[in-house]
Design a protein around this ligand. Sequence first.
Ligand SMILES: Nc1ncnc2c1ncn2[C@@H]1O[C@H](COP(=O)(O)OP(=O)(O)OP(=O)(O)O)[C@@H](O)[C@H]1O
Ligand SMILES: [Mg+2]
Length: 133
Amino acid sequence: MAEAIALRKVTKRFSGVTILDEVNLDIPAGSVTVILGPSGSGKSTLLRCINHLEKLDGGTIRIGGEIIGYKQKGQALHELSSSEIARQRAQIGMVFQQFNLFPHRTVLQNIVDAMRVKKQNRQQATSKSAVTA
Ligand SMILES: Nc1ncnc2c1ncn2[C@@H]1O[C@H](COP(=O)(O)OP(=O)(O)OP(=O)(O)O)[C@@H](O)[C@H]1O
Ligand SMILES: [Mg+2]
């Protein structure tokens, strides 16, 4: 199976405290992967890095071979423009833990609604979301 998401030495610090310490992770396309760990261990931070809601202090994240959030010039990485970041984010879905969900809808309905924003057919969105939820 192709590697859809590839993290290499991903490092993230907040105020000098290292939250993600050179994380290497490969997630194959089509797989369902659970990130498990105690509260505060960095699960949400890892997900936020994957759609570049957080800047990295080190390492790279690739989706389908494309570096997320940065472009490479020689050895150096330069942050992408906001429109390029938005283009990448449009390919990455994320359901938040605490907010931005409709409380009267199920998890599945919330995901389907988000996918429908991109004009996906309800039936396709529901069958794809059923795997995610
Ligand atoms: N924007 C921020 N500024 C400073 N510290 C932060 C920030 N975001 C997260 N942290 C800290 O980073 C650490 C990891 O937080 P994170 O939210 O990623 O954990 P988590 O594994 O998702 O926890 P939970 O299971 O409670 O959702 C925590 O110590 C948290 O306080
Ligand atoms: Mg969390």
